[in-house]
Design a protein around this ligand. Structure first.
Ligand code: SAM
Length: 248
């Protein structure tokens, strides 16, 4: 099978996204003539004009976070993983995501929710456009974008959701509506970079009758291995707090 874009070209920790086999790719190791990629296979090498070799690899879900265009700050993979697993995402779920932002969590959920659908709502048109480009890059056909304020848009929903993810300002105001929109056993996950709104979300969910409530954060420590020894190399330590509850 001939190679088709998108692909990534990788050397050590460097990864470059290639969306077309035309033109030139400028890297700090030299320039790659992208026409050379046509006719190659995954795992083959392509060299820059200085002779530095990059390996050609498929554009994979692990590349979403590395290569998606950004608007608002996206949820990090460690937190997305925790939400997916704690909420027991099934591959045929109906999911509501608000707000879309860069579309990061919507894309990962859509990918793992292969036979289901993700409805994602964003009030800022320019952010929705960036997310749309990301969904197209990832070839995700099961994401439905709505541009508008979820507080109003949600009144038009006729189906019950298996999972609702909120990553937006004033999330607590939407929680009673989220409860109505979930099916019995469905999950609500609320992501927040600050603890005060997380506590407010937790307390609102408790008052609204959610069960199995929990609030947590995940801390990921990165390490670097140097000749002289090993030490932490974490760049982003705190990301956000996650509140999860289940409708009964
Ligand atoms: C932090 S970003 C979301 C990032 C996203 N979860 C991701 O992983 O890429 C928050 C987004 O919510 C949007 N937003 C805030 N209030 C909203 C509302 N009431 N309805 C829809 N979108 C809203 C903002 O415009 C912003 O793009």
């Amino acid at each position: 099978m001939p190679l088709e874009p998108p692909v990534v070209v990788v050397s050590g920790k460097d990864s470059f996204l290639v969306t077309s086999f035309k033109g030139k790719l400028h890297t700090h190791r030299g320039v790659i003539d992208l026409e050379e990629l046509a006719g190659k296979s995954y795992g083959d090498e392509v060299k820059t004009h200085t002779g530095h070799a990059f390996k050609i690899l498929p554009f994979a879900p692990s590349d979403f976070f590395r290569h998606f265009k950004r608007s608002a700050t996206p949820i990090m993979p460690k937190d997305i993983g925790a939400i997916i697993v704690t909420c027991g995402l099934k591959p045929d779920s109906l999911v509501l995501d608000a707000g879309t932002g860069s579309g990061m969590i919507a894309a990962y959920i859509a990918y793992f929710n292969r036979y289901g659908e993700v409805v994602t709502v964003e009030k800022r048109r320019e952010f929705a456009k960036i997310a749309r480009e990301n969904f197209r890059l990832a070839n995700l056909k099961n994401v439905h974008q709505i541009v508008g304020d979820v507080n109003y848009v949600a009144d038009g929903f006729k189906k019950e959701f298996d999972l609702i993810v909120l990553d937006m300002k004033d999330d607590y105001m939407f929680i009673p509506k989220a409860k109505k929109l979930l099916n019995a056993g469905g999950y609500l996950a609320v992501y927040n970079p600050y603890i005060e709104p997380s506590r407010r979300a937790y307390e609102t969910m408790k008052k609204t009758g959610f069960v199995e409530l929990e609030c947590f954060e995940l801390l990921k420590n990165d390490y670097e291995f140097r000749r002289v020894g090993t030490r932490p190399a974490t760049k982003v330590w705190h990301t956000g707090f996650i509140v999860i509850g289940r409708k009964c």
